[in-house]
Design a protein around this ligand. Structure first.
Ligand SMILES: Nc1ncnc2c1ncn2[C@@H]1O[C@H](COP(=O)(O)OP(=O)(O)OP(=O)(O)O)[C@@H](O)[C@H]1O
Ligand SMILES: [Mg+2]
Length: 638
């Protein structure tokens, strides 16, 4: 409860440091243009706050010549004044036009860079980040939150700067004419600021919430869109509408509250301004009539020629404060948006302390390795040592795990004491009940997650020493859930290795057994996949995923349930392709169907994160253990 209260208080305050960061970015990326814009804004603001000076002169002049009726003399004073005013105004209008153009250019440029920074950083975040955050919510960083920042950069900052300059200039002119009246105005302003803080603070809290609710709503919509089939099959339409209603309602309430407070602020400030206007008129009048000695920079006595411009200035003053107060909400929204955007750009990228890299090599008959710039088709690990020496180890695909422990959450271990050994070219199969930890083991080989305890060695090198990109390049992966991208079939296969030629892609497709269905597609290899492959069957998608792994031609392959959604006839086609694919490679294969793992060199039976049996098919059958039960059970079912 206490914690809630304090976080509530915290969220009520706008974090101006975030705005500071945005402003810093403006000056970092556009130092010249931002400075120019600032100068133009300041100039136009000063110009728009000086008319009272002219007004005072003009009233004074008219008063002076009213008695003498010397209009020619009056004209000679007034006309130059008015001309100067017109010239200044014209320049000011030009300044405004120019700074608006500049501001649009800078704003869009900054948004472009922010989106770019978010996406760039997102590409290097650990898988864990995506476990924790909903996709829709991340999406809304790029849409709503960016838009909140746009509003502030394009509108709020110029308005606030302009108004501040006007307020300061006006304050100075006020002091020039009458310090007493200026103090009266300042007193009024203090009251207004206090009101804005109280009301504005409340609305900021809800603007921050609104931004978060918006993310949640988008997250929900996205999830339901992805799950449309499941929604329909389980008749969940009504339930999802109700669930949507809940998030939508929260969004409605937060936005409604945010805007109620926001909308209250304007009229309150405006009316306080009107009261102040009347007060200045009354107090000014009293001071003038009673001939109270004036205190001013100009040394002028308080008269009608000062009170009228003063009233003008009071209006201008409060009008500008009102403008600024209207912007508080946008500032709150932008601060909330910026907080989320910067949270993504600042999120720690996946750490990689690896220094062992994978290089092209020439390996002679004696096993001597020399690094090569050419594509040799042979690879070696380049291992720099502390003493400045380099060693090269041929890439063979020898994988060993020693007493590995791991849990996705630290306090919930998933794998216990896993020790396994895969020699180059061996086929290691994992079997076991669902949730036993099969996929998890492969996640560790890829270093999607880091182990808590134990050791993993790859060709004798601790995998923590291997640069992640190089480690992953050496591993082919066919995921349990296939993921295809918008593009042609060919593009999707080439995803495995971007410099693969069309012929190599087709060869990979033939090898994996995907070729026969691809050639029957309307445009063959050039068929566009829509909605990440929704126009293909699940099995076809898996065949493509296998072809994609094949084109990369890695020494180690990880196949997670790769054949599970393929019919038996296709399975035998795939099996043949896979057998070819597996030749000479170390393969980790995960399958629920025992027929696909029978001919593995080693079978690991996993149970609740432990390897409980290991051996060849025949050995395990002879053991009459879990594998035997699984196998004979499956046998009976068949
Ligand atoms: N991203 C994750 N975050 C937290 N826990 C996870 C995550 N992925 C899996 N788990 C948990 O880890 C355990 C092992 O999951 P794993 O995916 O390795 O199972 P599996 O053996 O591959 O099962 P299946 O045969 O169903 O694919 C499960 O209990 C699961 O709840
Ligand atoms: Mg799995």
């Amino acid at each position: 409860m206490r914690k809630n209260e304090s976080s509530d208080k915290k969220s009520r305050r706008i974090d101006f440091r975030l705005l500071g960061r945005i402003i810093k970015l403006l000056f970092k990326y556009y130092p010249g243009l931002s400075t120019l814009t600032t100068i133009f804004i300041i100039f136009s603001a000063i110009v728009s706050s000086i008319p009272p000076l002219f007004l005072q002169r003009v009233i004074e002049t008219i008063g002076k010549y009213y008695e003498t009726r010397d209009w020619a003399a009056a004209r000679s004073v007034i006309i130059p004044q008015v001309t100067l005013l017109i010239v200044l105004y014209t320049v000011s209008v030009i300044c405004i036009l120019v700074y608006r153009q500049l501001s649009a250019y800078i704003t869009q440029g900054i948004l472009y860079r922010l989106r770019r920074r978010m996406f760039d950083n997102m590409q290097y975040l650990p898988i864990r980040y995506f476990d924790r955050n909903s996709y829709g919510d991340i999406m809304s960083y790029y849409t709503n939150d960016i838009d909140a920042i746009r509003q502030v950069v394009a509108e709020t900052l110029p308005i606030v700067l302009q108004s501040s300059v006007i307020v300061l200039t006006v304050l100075f002119i006020m002091a020039y004419y009458s310090v007493w009246l200026m103090l009266l105005v300042l007193l009024g302003v203090a009251v207004m600021l206090w009101v804005s803080r109280t009301v504005g603070g409340n609305s900021s809290k809800y603007f921050v919430r609104q931004q978060k609710s918006m993310g949640k709503t988008e997250g929900y919509i996205q999830e339901i869109m992805n799950g449309q089939k499941v929604v329909k099959v389980f008749n969940h339409e009504d339930q999802s509408i109700r669930d949507f209603d809940a998030v939508n309602q929260a969004l409605y309430e937060d936005s409604y509250r945010a805007h109620t407070f926001a909308n209250m602020l304007g009229p309150i400030i405006l009316n306080l301004g009107n009261i102040l206007y009347v007060l200045v008129a009354i107090v000014g009048g009293i001071l003038m009539i009673n001939k109270v000695p004036n205190l001013s920079i100009s040394g002028l006595a308080l008269g009608i020629s000062i009170i009228i411009p003063f009233l003008n200035m009071t209006k201008q003053f409060t009008g500008n404060l009102n403008q600024v107060s209207q912007q508080i909400n946008f500032v709150a929204m932008a601060a909330a948006g910026a907080q989320r955007v910067f949270a993504l750009t600042d999120e720690q990228p996946e750490a990689d302390n690896g220094y062992v890299t994978l290089v092209n090599a020439v390996i002679d008959a004696e096993g001597n390795v020399t690094e090569s710039d050419a594509k040799t088709g042979q690879w070696a690990w380049k291992h720099p040592h502390g003493d400045g020496t380099l060693t090269y180890t041929p890439l063979r695909g020898d994988v060993r795990m020693f007493n590995v422990d791991f849990g996705y959450d630290e306090d919930k271990p998933v794998l216990h004491d896993i020790t396994l050994y895969a020699e180059p070219g061996q086929k290691v199969a994992f079997v076991g009940a669902t949730g036993a930890g099969k996929t998890t083991i492969t996640n560790l080989l890829n270093r999607f997650y880091d182990i808590a305890d134990g050791k993993i060695r790859y060709d004798g090198i601790n995998i923590n020493k291997i640069k992640k990109s190089d480690l992953r390049r050496s591993l082919g992966l066919v995921l349990q859930e296939t993921c295809l991208f918008t593009g042609t079939v060919m593009d999707n296969i080439r995803y495995g290795r971007l410099d693969a030629t069309d012929e190599e892609c087709i060869a990979a497709a033939k090898l994996s057994g995907a070729d026969s269905f691809i050639t029957r597609l309307p445009d063959g290899y050039q068929t566009q996949l829509s909605g990440s492959g929704s126009n293909l069957s699940q099995g076809q998608r898996q065949l493509l995923a296998i072809a994609r792994a094949a084109v990369a031609d890695p020494p180690v392959m990880i196949l997670d349930e790769a054949t599970s959604s393929i019919d038996t006839r296709t399975e035998s086609i795939v099996q043949r392709g896979m057998d070819k694919l597996m030749e000479g490679r170390t393969v980790f294969v995960i399958a629920h169907r025992l027929s696909t793992v029978m001919n593995s060199d080693v079978i690991m039976v996993l149970d609740h994160g432990r390897i409980i049996e290991r051996g060849s098919h025949d050995q395990l059958i002879a053991q009459h253990g879990t594998y035997y039960q699984l196998y004979t059970g499956a046998f009976e079912l068949e």
